[in-house]
Structures are given as structure tokens and as C-alpha cells.
Design a protein around this ligand. Structure first.
Ligand code: ADP
Ligand code: MG
Length: 331
């Protein structure tokens, strides 16, 4: 069967069935933002890996090697953040055409280092090979977390509130702007959000440490697609309200120019690397109190329902709307 037919998530399901027998230390294997492996009585090792490939995830013409390095580490940091973990070590595998100038690699690694250092992660290894065509950057990041406070995609319950950090859709809109010929300049916040996303590591750690959430995921594939992962694994449904989506001022100003639909980039656009989490009713007050200490918004965007697998999206007059695109998936 062709992979295109299976879809990215269908393929991952099949790969999970090919995985080896469960070892007793594996608390979470394939299926969440990172694997969770028992280290000591109270601590777990978290492992995640993400790959960026030229022509699919980036074009060398529209980013810089420094920002590419930063983003490739950010994508991994975001997955550790989504579990509530602390990043520690990373390894980098490169597949690179022989004609690539050394300066590209130097800037790439300077970008990786700048991103990783902000959160205390260190480069400890990797692998290098020649490539016949595109540049591929594969990073694996390890971190730790207290086993008892790790947050998973499962755990959302009917009556929980759905929250998101930051603004949604900026990165997707930034990508549309690049595709329509806009170049990066310091002033363009949307393009910067696409090329230089900020992983919510501190926020993820706080949500976990303060035990604010029942489930969490990072928004890498798009709000709708990533919320669906929570719903599937929690056997729950959800209602989202368009009027509640956190949209930035530049998004509101420029969306109509670059997107046919005003809400699609926020609902379906990938790579915001914000956190999506669900909060039980008794923790709502604590979330609102914590949110006031931050410089980014923490927004209540919807509710978890008992309607398993069903995602309802309501417009500002409480009418249900259909979405045409399911976010960004591969194959
Ligand atoms: P994320 O978007 O958070 O990085 P993915 O959708 O890429 O998550 O992956 C979902 C789960 O599937 C993760 O546990 C990941 O480790 C696993 N996974 C993805 N691709 C593969 C693969 N080729 N082999 C084994 N596991 C995989
Ligand atoms: Mg993730």
C-alpha cells in the first residue's frame, strides 16, 4: 500500500504495531510528544526527535542557516515542553550535499546553540553523511521530568476547559506571506513567527509543576489536528469557539490579504509551537492566577465534551461551522 493512502498518522499506527515488546521501564512509547522512560523511582527520561528536510520544511532561499538551526532545536524543545519536561542533551544528524559551504554549517550550529542554551540543553553528538540532493537535519533531544507530573495527550475529561498559550495562526500566515513573495525583515512579526518560533519550555514546566492540566500537546500540526490527538487519546470530544481564538494584532490586520478564510490559519496552520492543554474545573482559578504572571496570553478557547471523537467548532452566533482542511499532515 502506498504511504499516501495510509496517511502520516496511519503509518505511525502501523509502525507502533511493529515496535518491540514493552519493556517495564517504558511508561510511554510511540504515541505522545516524547517517550517517557523510568530512570529512578521519581524521575523519567524524555526522548523526542524531529526532522527538517529541505523542500518540505524549509527553503534555503527564504530563511537563514542561523534561523534554521534555531528552529530545528525549537521543534524538539517544544515536544519536551509538551510533556512538562526539562531539556538536557541533544544530538544532531546531518545529511548534506558536498557543495554546501562550511559557513552554512557554522551558522546552523550557532543557531542551534543559541536556542538550546536558553533552556540549558547541550549538544553531545550526532552523525554526518553526504546527501545526493536535499539538506536534512534530524535532531533528538533528551530531557527529564518528575514521573508523577508528566503530562500526556490522554487525560482530558468531560467538563475540562481547553486552553492555548500565545497566539495561533501567526506562523501559518507568515508562511503564506513567504510563499507570496514577502521576505524576512525584522519588522515582520508573522514571518518571524514562522522562521523563528519560541518553544514554551518554561510555560510547559510550570503547567506540569503546578499540576494545572489534565492533558497537554504542542501545536505543531495545527490546533484542530493536535486537539484531535488529545481527543482520540482521551476518548473525549470538544467544542471550540472561533470568537475565543487568540489572534495577534498583525494576524487580524493581514489575514484577509493572505488567506481566503479568516480562521483557517489559526485553526489548521502548523508550526506555532504553542501549548494546548486541558484544565479541570477545580484548577481554572489557579490557571488564571498563573496566567497573570506571564507576558504571553493564556486563552480559554473551548471545552472538553463527552462526545467521543467529535470536535464541534462554533462561530460567534453559536452556529456550528465545518472546516475544510484538517491541518498539516504528511503523505
Ligand atoms: P510530534 O508532532 O509531536 O513530533 P508526531 O506526530 O511526529 O509527533 O509523532 C507521533 C508519535 O509517533 C511520537 O511518539 C513519535 O515518536 C512517533 N513516531 C513518528 N514517526 C515515527 C517513526 N518513523 N518510527 C517510530 N515512531 C515514530
Ligand atoms: Mg509534538
Amino acid at each position: 500500500m502506498e504511504l499516501k493512502k495510509l496517511g502520516e498518522f496511519g503509518l505511525i499506527d502501523r509502525i507502533a504495531r511493529l515496535a518491540s515488546r514493552k519493556h517495564p521501564s517504558i511508561i510511554q512509547g510511540i504515541g505522545d510528544d516524547a517517550a517517557v522512560l523510568r530512570l529512578t523511582e521519581k524521575e523519567s527520561l524524555l526522548i523526542t526527535t524531529d526532522l527538517l528536510t529541505e523542500g518540505i520544511h524549509f527553503e534555503t532561499s527564504s530563511t537563514t542557516p542561523y534561523l534554521l538551526g534555531k528552529k530545528s532545536v525549537a521543534a524538539n524543545l517544544s515536544d519536551i515542553a509538551a510533556m512538562g519536561g526539562t531539556p538536557l542533551y541533544y544530538v544532531v544528524s546531518l545529511s548534506i550535499p558536498p557543495r554546501t559551504p562550511y559557513e552554512f554549517i557554522q551558522k546552523l550550529y550557532q543557531g542551534m546553540r543559541a536556542q538550546a542554551q536558553q533552556y540549558g540543553a547541550a549538544l553531545v553528538g550526532g552523525d554526518t553523511t553526504a546527501s545526493a540532493a536535499p539538506i536534512t537535519i534530524s535532531i533528538a533531544l533528551m530531557g527529564t521530568a518528575r514521573t508523577g507530573t508528566v503530562l500526556y495527550r490522554h487525560g482530558a475529561r468531560r467538563g475540562d476547559a481547553v486552553y492555548a498559550t500565545g497566539f495561533l495562526g501567526d506562523a501559518a500566515l507568515g508562511l503564506l506571506m513567504i510563499q507570496k513573495g514577502k521576505a524576512l525583515s525584522g519588522r515582520n512579526r508573522l514571518i518571524r513567527r514562522h522562521l523563528d518560533p519560541v518553544p514554551r519550555v518554561e510555560e510547559g514546566k510550570a503547567i506540569s509543576r503546578l499540576r494545572l492540566a489534565s492533558s497537554m500537546i504542542d501545536i505543531s500540526d495545527g490546533l484542530v489536528a493536535d486537539l484531535r490527538h488529545i481527543l482520540e487519546q482521551s476518548h473525549a470530544g470538544a467544542t471550540l469557539r472561533l470568537s475565543r481564538l487568540p489572534l495577534s494584532a498583525p494576524y487580524k490586520k493581514l489575514c484577509k490579504t493572505f488567506s481566503d478564510d479568516f480562521y483557517v490559519p489559526a485553526l489548521c496552520g502548523g508550526e506555532d509551537y504553542e501549548l494546548l492543554f486541558t484544565v479541570p474545573p477545580r484548577k481554572r482559578h489557579a490557571v488564571e492566577t498563573w496566567a497573570r504572571t506571564l507576558t504571553i496570553p493564556i486563552t480559554h478557547i473551548g471545552e472538553i465534551t463527552g462526545n467521543s471523537g467529535k470536535l464541534k467548532i462554533l462561530d460567534d452566533r453559536d452556529r456550528e461551522v465545518a472546516i475544510s482542511k484538517r491541518g498539516f499532515t504528511h503523505f
